[in-house]
Design a protein around this ligand. Structure first.
Ligand code: ZN
Ligand code: ZN
Length: 142
């Protein structure tokens, strides 16, 4: 049994080819949008329909195997790196996304300075800026 099969079984999802294909695509290409997931999966499995891939993404996100990231004003992206509460840096110009480890150790952001009585289970931090490629392009064009 592969890791992906074990992960699917752990959340009571049946092991299907489209589910394995989506998990594989996201492992190899983190932070891609829905259209890219569809293109990646269909490159390997041309018979898998768009609707199936939408359904798979929803099921995997609902069960926590896949994390959906939606920076303000950007299209939703998906990744299979879940459970470590890592953060993201997003390029304002081209939308490139990279992982950022928690700033101070293991999920410290879950300890809010004032939780207002809420039970907090996730902290989402998005760092905005300009990626190296876009910074280089704007330097050369000026
Ligand atoms: Zn960029
Ligand atoms: Zn990430």
């Amino acid at each position: 049994m592969t890791d992906f099969e074990a992960q699917l079984r752990a959340v009571s999802l049946r092991v299907t080819r489209p589910r394995l294909a989506v998990l594989t695509a996201l492992r190899d290409h983190p932070h891609v949008d829905t259209e890219t997931v569809i293109a990646l999966v269909r490159a390997e499995h041309p018979t898998v329909s768009h609707q199936t891939i939408y359904d798979v993404l929803r099921a995997l996100t609902d069960t926590g195997l896949v994390r959906r990231i939606q920076p303000a004003g950007a299209t939703a992206r998906y990744e299979s790196r879940v459970g470590d509460n890592h953060h993201h840096v997003v390029c304002r110009t081209c939308g490139a996304i990279a992982d950022v480890e928690c700033a101070v150790g293991h999920t410290p952001c879950l300890t809010a300075s004032d939780d207002h009585g809420f039970v907090i289970d996730q902290a989402e931090v998005v760092y905005w800026g300009t990626c190296p490629d876009c910074a280089a392009t704007s330097r050369t064009s000026h």
